[in-house]
Design a protein around this ligand. Structure first.
Ligand code: LRH
Length: 486
């Protein structure tokens, strides 16, 4: 049976077929579609019906390619959800985590429970977009009508199979689970006014969700599909598909977000991790992703969206190579960059406020983004080492952002660590690996990672001499510590 990964990110979705041939993993993209949230009456909303339709179109293509019997896994971004009523129907539009309704929710929740205690209970970073804070802002009447709160990939699988589940890796990002008991924290549920039963039963990556209900979609010519729970949080899949070997390596999953961290067998929940706002998301095979969320390619995507004229990311990177780096110091992890009305204007305003040169051209804007991302990555590598008390010899960069040679080199230079870039499709690959393990085609994630090393080109970037200390000092002088935490 063939494996299909449906990997849906914030800006696009793709169907990737995976096959094993001569001890190599071959992947082929057979369907791609756009995604993105829209501003509707001041709310930031996803179009989950569009995603469902694209999945059906993709599945038709699967059958047309001659694959009549397949296993399928869905992964998407984390934290967002759909409320489903008793009749199984969606009760409202799905909010995007960038919606401004949760801007002050953490302060409100503090009157119930100190933020530090929420962190100590969950080990999850304090980000105002976590499901916990989003649910706190929901209408209580709506929550009473809710049969299930389904995270986005679980909702899509539910619509296709009729089976409601809560996949563990993604569930951890709700900030409602306690890793000590590996279950919901009753106190947190109480604060948002929900019962545990309003979440579907837990499922681990590798377990079967159910069969595609083909009769529910009579206008589509669909193959037979068994839906398998993968690491349905895209970052969990990306790290599963990262070709790291043994220990002492860090990862940077570079897409709309940059997720920088290490894989651990136990969560690290202490005051230092809390102060640096590191998270402990649950991974496959009882691992934890100890990582930091860094505003990533989102900044660039938004610049391109607002810049007059049409630019591809590749063209923009080319323009950036013509401009000197490190001319402005900007902490892109400040909340103001989460969803500004106009990213270019926000960057210019920041430069004006901090009396720095204002970038104008697309190349100047892009190199300003890459400069500051490389600085933030380097600073976070130091934080990681300090908190884990471990050496880090390598940084594996995966995801679409790993194709950015300029940023890869800048990151190697500032962090002083060798970079291994690729594969860019690590998320779909991690999704496929979990399915292959479930099918008995592979034994473990470690074996899967070996397969990734054997199957994909990984580019190496050695650090070159730059005055990293001075650059980082300049950055910290302009950006204050209080502003540092997202
Ligand atoms: C990346 C990601 C990240 C989350 C964010 C909401 O796509 O899943 O891991 O923090 O989106």
């Amino acid at each position: 049976m063939i494996q299909i990964a449906i990997d849906i990110g914030a800006s696009s979705g793709r169907f990737v077929v995976g096959t094993l041939q001569n001890n190599q993993l071959q992947i082929e993209e057979i369907h791609r579609f756009s995604n993105g949230f829209k501003e509707v009456d001041g709310r930031s909303l996803w179009n989950v019906d569009h995603l469902l339709q694209e999945i059906l179109v993709g599945l038709e293509k699967v059958k047309k390619r001659g694959f009549h019997n397949v296993t399928v896994g869905i992964d998407t971004w984390a934290v967002d959800y759909v409320l489903v009523g008793e009749d199984g129907e969606r009760l409202q539009e799905a909010y995007c985590y960038r919606d401004r309704r949760t801007a002050n929710t953490m302060e409100k929740i503090e009157s119930h429970l100190a933020l530090e205690d929420i962190y100590l209970k969950t080990g999850i970073q304090l980000q105002n977009f976590n499901t916990l804070y989003q649910l706190y802002e929901e209408d209580q009447k709506l929550l009473q009508q809710t049969k299930y709160v389904l995270l986005i990939p679980d909702y899509l699988a539910y619509r296709l199979t009729g089976v409601a589940i809560l996949e563990m890796t993604n569930a951890s990002t709700t900030q409602l689970l306690n890793p000590e008991i590996r279950d919901f924290d009753e106190n947190l549920l109480k604060i948002i006014g929900l019962e545990k039963l309003q979440f579907a039963p837990f499922i681990e990556p590798g377990q079967v969700i159910g069969e595609l209900q083909r009769d529910q979609f009579p206008t589509y010519d669909l193959p037979e599909c068994k839906f398998v729970a993968v690491a349905s949080h895209d970052t969990a899949s990306a790290i599963a598909g990262t070709p790291g070997e043994k220990e002492q390596w860090a990862y940077l999953s570079s897409g709309t977000w940059s997720l920088l961290g290490v894989e651990k067998k136990e969560p690290i929940i202490n005051l230092q991790a809390y102060q640096d706002n590191y998270t402990n998301e649950w991974g496959v095979s009882d691992t934890y992703r100890f990582l930091k969320n860094i505003m990533g390619m989102w900044i660039l995507q938004e610049i391109i969206r607002h810049y007059p004229g049409q630019y591809t990311v590749e063209q923009v990177i080319k323009e950036a190579t013509k401009v000197s780096p490190y001319l402005q110091y900007i902490n892109f992890n400040e909340e103001r960059f989460l969803n500004p009305l106009n990213m270019i204007e926000e960057i210019k305003l920041y430069c004006q406020e901090t009396e720095q040169p204002i970038p104008h051209t697309i190349g100047e804007l892009a190199v300003c983004v890459f400069s500051n991302l490389s600085i933030i990555y380097a600073i976070e590598m130091e934080h990681l080492k300090a908190i884990t008390h471990e050496r880090i010899d390598k940084l594996h960069i995966v995801g679409g952002g790993s194709k950015n040679d300029l940023l890869n080199q800048m990151t190697a230079n500032l962090s002083g660590v060798t970079i291994y870039a690729g594969p860019s499709e690590a998320t779909a690959i991690g999704n496929l690996l979990v399915q292959m393990i479930a099918q008995g085609k592979l034994n473990s994630i470690a074996e899967g990672r070996e397969l990734v090393r054997a199957s994909f080109t990984i580019q190496k970037f050695e650090p070159q001499a730059v005055d990293a200390k001075e650059i980082i000092n300049n950055f910290t002088a302009v950006t204050t510590k209080e502003r540092w935490r997202v």
